[in-house]
Structures are given as C-alpha cells and as structure tokens.
Ligand binder design. Structure first.
Ligand code: SAH
Length: 316
C-alpha cells in the first residue's frame, strides 16, 4: 500500500547526476495548471516537472507526487519545498511511494476524489540509470536488478527472470519490447551462458549481447541498449502499469481536466494515442517531440513523445 514518505528516507548521497526533465516547457503548456487546482504527478521523480507545476497552482493548489522508487522521493521533497517557498506559500504537496496505477487509492488516502490534471513522464530517471547498484545500466557494472521498486517482494529482479524464463519467452520479450532484431540469437546465448554460470551482473549481460550483435550495428547505440530496455519494461510490467494508470487517471479527472503523458517507446506511445482518442478531446493531433537543441543537451529526449487529452463531459 502507498505510504506518505518520511523525511530522511532517501539515499541522496550516492547520486551522481541531475535528472533533466524532458519537454519541460511543452509539458507545462500542455498541462496548463491553474491556481487552486489538484494536480497528480504520477512519476514525480526528482520533481523537475512537478516544481514548475507547484508554482502554477499557487495559491491554494495541491500537488500529489507519486513514484514507485522510494529513493527519488527525498530529492523530490527538497526540490518541492524550495519551489513551494518560492511560490510564496499557499500551495501544498504530498509525496507517496506507490505505483501510479494505484493513484485512486493514493488520492483516497488524501481524502481527494477528483483531480484537475494528471502528468505521467514514463521510463527511468537519470538517478536510476546512473546508480550502478540499481542494475539499470549497461554502462555501469552492477547487480542485474532493474526493479523500479526494490522493496516489492513480489517482483523478480532481471537476474531472477533471466535465470528462469524459457528461451522463447526471452526472445519474445527482446523482440516485442526492445524491437531487437537479434532477439533469438541473444536469447539463445543467454540460455547457453546461464547453463554454465548464472547471469548476475549488468556487465556480463552487456558483454554477452555485444558478442551477439554484428559490429557494424554498433554505430549509434550501445548494442545492449534494446535488450536492457526490453528487460526493464518486462521486469516492471511497464505497459501494464501504463494501461492501468491511464484508466485510473480517466476515472479521477474532472470534466475538462487534462491528462499529459510523455513516453519514450513506440508501444507506450501507441497505447497513449489509442487511449486518448476515446474519451478525450485532443488539443493537438501529432505528438510533441523535443527540439534538436534539447536532444543535443539531453540525449534522453531523443525518443520522447508528448500527448495530451482534455476529458470530455460537462464541467461540474
Ligand atoms: N518527471 C520527473 C522524472 C521522471 S523519470 C522529473 O522531472 O524529475 C520517471 C520516474 O517514473 C522514475 O522516477 C520512476 O521511478 C517512475 N516510475 C516509473 N514507472 C512508475 C510507476 N508505474 N509508478 C510510479 N512511478 C513510476
């Protein structure tokens, strides 16, 4: 169940990089938050987006920030405290360690039954990627974990999944979630390798994948990029979370309320696009993408797509 976070339960000291929010100004314009509104940021992260929202909903607004990763919430708290005092007070924020798919329960816990705005900025943060111990990155050797919420005992780590999954399942995940054209070859190599020694480090997996993919293909992306992405999406059931989160947002939004989603994967974008077409008016048809300048500054913006919907129905 979701928990309001206590000050001091983060792990601030070990972080090595600052997360740059993607499509910051565009997200704020699409969300169009107004003074006094209740806004849910379901992927609050380091509060890059949320801190701007906080300024826009003063006076009288409430921001509810949710993240599946308890370790980032301490950063969010500090950033939001500064933003709240800059806004001259008169705004509240509350942070919850939970999945955004459970935002209805989080709001209920706060005694709130309706909200005006919902923002989802999907994927991983730089904090997660750059913390080797979390196992998200092929660039930093660490345990092959990849769970966004390592406190969830029900969810296997990437290493546990790779140890047990059948070859065909691994190939399917790499193909469907990573669009990895060498999915079968990589799956076969994983099964052969694990018969000799368990795959437990990100470095082991990155090397194995690099050996499966022809050199010429390495040009722009690291050869393990797609494999790591696919395993991460699978281990965290990110597409299931997205479907459930969109449905929850639709239930909670008041008529005229806005839903804004930034996705980083074509399957996510498809889900968002199809969902918004039912039940929402679209302020713009084509997704908003990052400028060349933003991509140069922040490579994570490369695949970002922002979509927005305005919930139909008579305003209350
Ligand atoms: N907008 C944030 C960055 C978000 S990065 C900022 O400006 O700082 C994506 C965040 O979403 C990560 O912190 C990740 O832990 C979180 N996340 C991913 N899936 C989630 C889910 N299903 N529920 C809640 N949080 C999730």
């Amino acid at each position: 169940m979701s928990q309001p976070t206590q000050p001091g339960d983060g792990t601030g000291g070990e972080r090595v990089s600052v997360h740059q929010p993607v499509l910051r100004a565009e997200a704020l314009a699409a969300l169009d938050p107004r003074p006094g509104q209740v806004v849910v940021d379901g992927t609050v992260g380091a509060a890059g987006h949320a801190s701007m929202v906080l300024g826009a909903i003063a006076p009288g607004g409430t921001l509810i920030g949710i993240d599946r990763d308890a370790a980032v919430l301490e950063h969010a708290r500090r950033t939001l405290e500064a933003a709240a005092s800059e806004a001259g007070g008169g705004v509240r924020f509350r942070l919850f360690h939970a999945s955004y798919s459970r935002m209805a329960e989080v709001l209920q816990q706060e005694g709130v039954s309706r909200c005006d705005r919902v923002l989802l900025d999907l994927g991983v943060s730089s904090f997660q990627l750059d913390t080797a111990a979390r196992g998200f990155s092929f660039q930093h050797d660490g345990p092959l974990d990849m769970r966004m919420d390592p406190s969830d005992p029900a969810r296997p780590t990437a290493a546990q999944w790779l140890a047990r999954a059948r070859e065909a399942e691994i190939a399917r995940v790499l193909w469907e979630l990573g669009e990895e054209r060498y999915a079968r070859r990589i799956a076969r190599a994983i099964v052969a390798a694990r018969a000799k020694a368990p795959l437990v480090r990100t470095g082991q997996l990155a090397d194995l994948v690099a050996r499966c993919v022809p050199r010429a293909r390495h040009a722009r992306l690291h050869p393990a990029t797609r494999t790591f992405q696919a395993i991460r999406i699978h281990v965290n059931d990110e597409l299931g979370e997205l479907r459930a989160g969109l449905a929850a947002a639709e239930q909670l939004l008041a008529a005229g309320g806005r839903l804004v989603v930034i996705s980083f994967h074509s399957l996510e974008d498809r889900i968002v696009k199809d969902f918004l077409r039912r039940g929402f008016d679209l302020p713009f048809r084509k997704p908003i993408t990052a400028s060349a300048e933003e991509i140069a500054r922040n490579p994570r913006a490369r695949s970002a797509k922002l979509r927005a919907g305005i919930k139909r129905g008579a305003a209350a």
